[in-house]
Design a protein around this ligand. Sequence first.
Ligand SMILES: [Zn+2]
Ligand SMILES: [Zn+2]
Length: 137
Amino acid sequence: MSEKGGCLCGQFSYSFPREAVVSAHHCHCTDCQKMTGSGKATIIMVPTQTLEMAGELKTFTVTGTDGGRVTRAFCPTCGSQILSYLEGRDALKFVKAGTLEQSDWVTISSSFWATTARSWDPVKADAQAFETNPSSV
Ligand SMILES: [Zn+2]
Ligand SMILES: [Zn+2]
């Protein structure tokens, strides 16, 4: 089953097979809060080799709180946040769940950065929660 998604203006689109998905998570880190303009990012881990992309993305790279280099990619025209990835972890892309055409199938297995979750967007009660980043994802 092929899942499709893209940005708000339609310039960028992607697809991946649903069966390739590793897992899905909420990230409440303050960087994700800034970039999404919300309480958290919801990310789906997809193997890079299964991800097909069309269009153009612009990237912004920062050193995360734990020292890792995080690159976030977005549409240069409409600014939609599409995906992110970690330096040295090229095999995985973290696709933003809100950019999918259909996403009701997504199951959240855990939340990251519970320590910086906001009172108005608390961690999911019925899933595992890590205080910061899990040691292995
Ligand atoms: Zn766009
Ligand atoms: Zn985050």
